[in-house]
Design a protein around this ligand. Sequence first.
Ligand code: ASP
Length: 465
Amino acid sequence: MRTLTRDIGAHEGKEVTLMGWVDVRRDHGKLIFIDIRDWTGLAQVVFIPKNKELHEKASELRSEWVIKLTGTVQRRPKGLENPKMASGSYEVTATGLEVSAKAVTPPLDVSSNGLDISEEVRMKYRYLDLRRPRMQKNLRNRARVFRFIRNHLASKNFVEIETPILSKSTPEGARDFLVPSRIHEGKFYALPQSPQQYKQLFMVAGMDRYYQFARCLRDEDSRGDRQPEFTQLDMEMSFVTREDVMAVNEELLITTVREMYPEKKIQEIPFPRITYKEAMEKYGTDRPDIRKDKNDPNLLAFCWVIDFPFFEKTEEGGWTFTHNPFSAPKPEHMEDLLAQRNIANILTTQYDIALNGFEVGGGSIRNHTSAGLKAVFNIMGFEDERIMRNFGHMLEAFDFGAPPHGGIAWGIDRFMMLMEGEANIREVIAFPKTGDGSDLMMDGPSEVSPEQLRDLHIKIVEKKK
Ligand code: ASP
């Protein structure tokens, strides 16, 4: 059986088998040292000249070769311990060595934190970049947090349900990624900007409480905290008010931080609530950074931002929604919405969670009657025919008895970025896109064959320069 490097101390005086990569080899003339690396860290191995054949074999080892090694574990001599290594009080004296795979010299250093290596190289060789301890930690902690959230939500009767990736164009404010249909000539699927409509239809279906780690796709430019493809912790609940959804999420955020990141401190509990108006007046942004000490990397200042205007003026002088067309107005503004009056003053039930100046989540109570939803689109100047064409399925569903419902989605990449103290969401996503939306490792997007285009009824027309 294989022993993990971090566990060698439990086998003092005994023989172990280690499997992993050669991190470094240090030749001290007679003695050859290597650090062997697996996902738990490093262990120091020493090859002594007495075993000539083995010693010679070890002298050929190079960084990133994959090896299987046997050896006996002993305490390191006093003063030679390495407190930075989990196994640093011990070392292994090699008794056998097998090379499972040789490796060419890697194009990037995988033992540093990697922050000074160019993005192009890191992304092209992402599978090597992910070998570095910092990226191993980020992805493993991401998995731990996801597992914690899953368990927590399951204990609160949430059901994890997947929704389609091949979907229909929806109006969520960003540009859609489109997928041409082979069978339906001239028609397109859209990749989901979020599962918004599906999750509301789960409520109509009586699922009561839904969640999912949902992949969302928006054709917009990447930034430090944005990717064209990202993950939301998406939730929806039936028979709830704004207070209920906020309470469930506040509790989940607090317990996640306490259990997963005990070294972090939440500035204020319950999370303070700031109205949109106040936030704009006081901080000039709707995702204020309210930290009292911005030098403390372990300080988390959550706040809710509420009472956003439902509509804003378009450049053409019409109205559009500020956040989510499926939201309900605040109850006291429902009459105005239905009558389509005082539009500028209608407030939405939208609640956003800001954390240290980043928006990490947002949601709302929804319009669960067809009249309410239709009024939103009417205010936006949609003709009845267009409303039916785009949202007929939602209006129809609501006429079959929809429970009052509401939900939220967290930008879980952004949340993980902040928890891990990273400056960019690419550091917590396994295979992110670069700034111009490319996947340098797979070389996507790429051209496709004329046959594929023909099947899809597509002709490429070059843009006139
Ligand atoms: N679908 C919304 C979004 O992606 C979140 C929500 O309102 O639940 O921002």
